[in-house]
Design a protein around this ligand. Sequence first.
Ligand code: SF4
Ligand code: SF4
Length: 300
Amino acid sequence: MTKATIFNIQKYCVHDGPGIRTTVFFKGCPLRCAWCHNPESQHFQRELLYNPGQCTLCGQCQRQCEHGAITINQGSLKQDHSKCQACGKCLDYCLTDAREIAGQTYSLSEIIKEIEKDRPFYEESGGGVTLSGGEPLCQIDFVTELVKSCQDMGISVAVDTCGHVPFSYFENILAEVDLFLYDLKLMDPELHRQYTGVDNKLILENLQKLSARGGNIWLRLPLIEGVNMNREHINQVISFTRDLNISLVNLLPYHDIHRAKYSRLARPYAHHLMTTPSEEKIEEIKSLLETHQFKVKIGG
Ligand code: SF4
Ligand code: SF4
């Protein structure tokens, strides 16, 4: 039976599609966006986050770790992520929750059990389930089974995707998915590669094909000052998407509240390259899109 690696199941979400939703976050992504809000979503394997701000240096974790990944010396704890096997043993002995593991394995029935708990909310609000990540379509076998099960149960499904997967993955689930939340980050291929690690050819092709095949699409545009907050980029988005089947554009202004997660994973974060756009500039972009007949919402 297929299993999936999930790093979060969030209840009562109102920004990941219509109504009240349960969002299932799949671990692993083919992109490495410089602004990623969920850096713990990027790698496919389980990993440890260590928060020194909550650590009392009691030393319990060090005594339990069989892999020599923790050293306490002269009043500070060094977490060696390269030695950590993400076994999770140290978590059981940390009384202050300074440690957490991102990534748990779920069977289909376990996920469905979680989803079913919130069925009354979906029915009352016109909501459902959103599969997000990471990139959920990278675990396509599990996702295919899950969306079919949701359809059988009469639960609406949205898929939040970066689009960088073979189009056959979309074809697998097109009949069962009610909404695609499709991210479009940068139109310039070189800049796209620079900021996400891959060029955007496949992403743009898939968006066109998905539209041609009748997928219901909400286009998600992250707005990041220093990266893509300029009229040239937005004009390119408009000319590429004006004839596509886009029912809503979500403008998603960058913020850096996720910054601490990078240090908990011991990962570099180029925060100096990116800032939050001003409300005036976001409104300007909203108006520009609206003059081209797009329906636009600030936020998810
Ligand atoms: S998760 Fe396991 S390997 Fe990693 S630090 Fe904790 S006990 Fe050591
Ligand atoms: S068990 Fe928790 S509080 Fe104690 S040293 Fe380890 S991380 Fe810090």
